[in-house]
Design a protein around this ligand. Sequence first.
Ligand code: ADP
Length: 455
Amino acid sequence: MSIQKKIVLLTTLWLIGILLAVNVTVYFAFLRITTQNEKDLFMNRVHTLLEKADPADLISGKSTELLQSYLPDQGMIRLLDKEGKVVQTVQNDSDLLPLKTETIKHSETEVYYRGESAVLLVRVPIHSGSDTIGSIEMAEKLDPLEDNIRILISILALSSLGAIGLSLIGGVYLSRWILRPISGMVRTMEQIEKSLAFHRIPLSEGSKDELGALAATFNRMIDRLEGNFVRQQQFVSDASHELKTPLTIIEGYANMLRRWGLKDEAKGKEAVESIHSEAVRMKQMTQQLLDLASSEQERFLKVENVELVTVCEQTARLLSKTHRREIEVISSSEEITAEVDASTVNQLLLILLDNAIKYSKDKIELNVSEKTDPVSGKHGVEIRVKDYGIGIPQEELSRVFERFYRVDSSRHRKTGGTGLGLAIAKNMIRHHGGTIDLASEVNAGTEVIVFIPSL
Ligand code: ADP
């Protein structure tokens, strides 16, 4: 069942429930109030009659005229002696004659139902001095009251039917109006599904309700998906472009080997060496591509208490041994601990120190200190990697974080750079909620400043 039908059905059912409760309450309240009014009026009438009549005359049947003047339209007045025997009856509706007689001590009212119609009966004792000499009974058919109740029922039924009809029509139009944006969204989504293109839901001016918010969120999601899609396409084309160069070189040397390799030993050796070094480069690049792809995905950070001075010293020692370079670790205190993801810190150190080693010849400084970020107020550690190497021109500083970007690609064939290290570092630091900045001067050196907040 469509939402529209559900809304109309549920609101109508709800309205029927409300109307039913209201109508029943009105009916019973009306019945009670009007019957009570009739009872009071009738009782007053009997008392006025008794005030005007002489009790002895009344009981001996001498006040017929008075009784006639107080006789109700469709009614009966009956006088009873002490023993409850009927002394006199005046009536204009013979239907009331069979009403049962009763001896009473106090006034009382009763409502009888005779067939279709209700009958109101009042009994009042007649006193003469302190003696009770008999009683008077006055009865009346409540037909006008019944008519009023019937009219009330018809009014209630008709107005309820009208209200239900109006609610149905209103419900259909209202739900159609409310759900119109949803139908628009469904159409847009179907278009996206069919054409595989990134369409947006048109937002109407000033639609600040929940559906407007839903459409805006959907559009934002499409923006992000499109951004990711474009980035992925770019990534695939960049990666294939990067892998093409070593493959072309390998192909060239393989051709050379096929032609000369077996005859010319020197040429053969040169070709094998080159093929080997390009293969190593491709392997390295493939690994970095995998690292980049995984760094672009949101991943689970394993937060632990890490002592960073030790971590920095271990990494520096390892790289200084393998590359025979001097790496000095400077720390603000002997021990600096922080709640961080250890693998993020390790990979960052490797990338930054690897760059410093590749692009400089002198010693490298690795500075680690505790820091509170002045902007966010977050507490954490700052790691600075400083080299005194070739530096990066000012205008290139912002671009070196782009993937595959290399300042001067010709010089990188020698250093083996792939242009992916800083892009990976930036992604990792972003996941960790930190920052990475560069300060550099050509032929003076470069300093990379990383802030890793405690999580
Ligand atoms: P690569 O693998 O080429 O080093 P990166 O993303 O790590 O890739 O660096 C991007 C570019 O930024 C490098 O190619 C290099 O030109 C420049 N660069 C990075 N670090 C340094 C540094 N310490 N000194 C000079 N240039 C650097």
